[in-house]
Design a protein around this ligand. Structure first.
Ligand SMILES: NC(=O)c1ccc[n+]([C@@H]2O[C@H](COP(=O)([O-])OP(=O)(O)OC[C@H]3O[C@@H](n4cnc5c(N)ncnc54)[C@H](O)[C@@H]3O)[C@@H](O)[C@H]2O)c1
Length: 359
């Protein structure tokens, strides 16, 4: 190691959150020179390592850096490969704007949902899968609900193999008996739920004016997106109200706030979800149960890939950040909304639109 170069404490670096001071007991960290670490990008494991295999040992690093700065409990010393190596992967994997990078240090990572149960619909793919994965990675036991059984089984198997507490249930959120019996089965198997995220939805016709929009198509979009949100909330609330704690999150859309043209069924259904959130939340404001919504702009998923290209162009052109959002950005915000930390917001529609909606 040579003298010179840049030595920056994580605390002073504007891209890091302040971490400390943090007290760790010997149960959590028995030997700091043998700590396993893992690096996740967007929730997927990219690198694993141990402080035991570092070229310079921890005592040597601390001794060396102490010559230049005063180290305090909670300070981060970040070491790593030089920029441009693409996480050391072959082929290299470079980070993109919106990627979420998390370093977990043996048991000291964020686990906000330990001992909590979550129900997430639309969890076989797309945003629902991203949210369910995030909650499970932070310690929740998660019921993955979806209509597409084949895909659901594959998704759940993937996360079970990563030792996450995931269990799959087939449901059609548009059908009352299916919602009722599925939620009963979840409660029987996993216990009462602390969080419910309704993310299942369909887009229906796009790039189509109301003149050509079929009445059956309109009814179907309303049935899944709006009626489904109503049913999922109606059958989730009783046990949360009884236990005086719960977090309900309904995924709406910027279409519901602003009204995207050429997809009137979708825009109307999502505006309905927004009304549902605002109305229901005011029915139980002092119950310990919050009901909120999230209105994302365009996030690249199968749903968007299935839209007419002209429609996607219209929606993306209106995003001031000039990019689509990522599934991980949706998951990160959703996880906060359904956490205990989000305790003074109910009936609110959170924005995730790259600056399109600033209200
Ligand atoms: N992707 C975006 O740009 C975007 C933007 C704003 C809002 N949203 C909303 O986010 C949610 C998820 O969208 P996505 O992009 O991940 O879509 P997606 O099509 O990738 O995933 C939706 C999932 O919902 C499931 N599903 C559909 N109908 C169902 C039903 N009746 N019962 C149970 N499961 C059903 C599907 O099988 C699928 O797995 C939707 O409500 C959508 O309207 C998406």
């Amino acid at each position: 190691m040579e003298r010179g170069g840049q030595w920056t404490k994580g605390k002073s670096c504007d891209t890091f959150n302040p971490a400390g001071p943090l007290l760790a007991t010997l149960i959590e960290v028995s030997d700091s020179a043998r700590l396993s670490m893992s690096l996740h990008v967007n929730g997927d494991l990219r690198q694993r390592g141990s402080t035991a295999t570092m070229i310079f040992s921890i005592p040597r690093l601390i001794h060396y850096l102490s010559q230049f700065m005063t180290l305090e409990p909670g300070d981060l010393i970040s070491t790593g490969t030089p920029p441009g190596v693409g996480l050391g992967m072959k082929p290299p994997q470079y980070l993109r704007p919106g990627d979420i990078v998390e370093l977990e240090i043996q048991g000291l990572g964020q686990r906000r949902f330990e001992n909590q149960v979550a129900v997430v619909t639309g969890a076989a793919a797309g945003l629902g899968e991203g949210i369910a994965k995030r909650l499970a990675r932070e310690g929740a036991t998660v019921a993955f609900l979806d209509r597409d059984e084949t895909r659901l089984l594959k998704t759940v198997a993937l996360y079970q193999a990563q030792e996450l507490n995931a269990r799959g249930y087939q449901v059609d959120i548009a059908e009352e008996s299916s919602v009722r019996t599925t939620l009963q089965a979840v409660e029987r198997d996993l216990g009462p739920s602390d969080m419910m995220v309704n993310c299942a939805g369909i887009v229906g016709p796009t790039n189509t004016t109301i003149l050509d929009y079929g009445a059956d198509d309109f009814d179907r979009v309303i049935k899944v997106n709006l009626h489904g949100s109503f049913l999922m909330t109606k059958y989730t609330l009783p046990s949360m109200l009884k236990r005086r704690y719960g977090r309900v999150l309904l995924i709406a859309s910027i279409s519901g706030k602003e009204g995207n043209p050429f997809m009137c069924g979708y825009s109307a259904s999502k505006a309905g979800v927004i009304g549902l959130v605002k109305g229901i939340a005011k029915e139980f404001p002092e119950s310990g149960v919050t009901v909120n919504g999230l209105a994302p702009a365009v996030i690249m998923t199968d749903m968007v890939r299935g839209c007419a290209p002209e429609q996607v162009e219209y929606m993306t052109a209106r995003i001031p950040m000039r990019r689509c959002g990522t599934i991980e950005e949706v998951a990160a915000m959703s996880a906060w909304i359904v956490s205990r930390e989000c305790s003074f917001s109910t009936g609110f529609i959170f924005d995730l639109s790259g600056g399109r909606a600033t209200y």
